[in-house]
Design a protein. Structure first.
Length: 111
């Protein structure tokens, strides 16, 4: 059983979306409309917004990115991303595999 998520890291969820103020990113499930628009496969979590000056922005994350993996774990839902961030708390780093403009790349989120 995974350890509980610290309350400061719990995102606000609404309609399958999440806001993760700690890292500075907002994200949502990758629905069919978004997949079609971006031309990506039905996997991952869609980043809707990244706040300037936050760990996510400093790592290079941008709105419109699709997160595929976090520390090697496949992301299928926003909950998977929250769990990956929670599990990375001791290391204070999270390696992300993303797709931006149909090109894969790796980013490292540090806090």
């Amino acid at each position: 059983m995974p350890s509980p998520v610290p309350s400061a890291l719990i995102p606000a969820f609404t309609f399958g979306a999440g806001v993760f103020p700690f890292a500075g990113m907002e994200f949502t499930a990758l629905n069919e409309d978004i997949r079609e628009l971006l031309g990506v496969r039905p996997e991952g979590v869609f980043v809707t917004n990244v706040v300037e000056g936050t760990p996510a922005r400093i790592a290079g994350l941008r709105g419109g990115d699709v997160l595929l993996l976090a520390n090697g774990v496949k992301l299928e839902t926003p909950v998977d991303l929250v769990q990956a961030i929670s599990e990375a708390q001791d290391r204070k780093t999270l390696t992300l595999r993303i797709v931006r403009k149909r090109k894969p790349q790796n980013l490292t989120l540090r806090w």
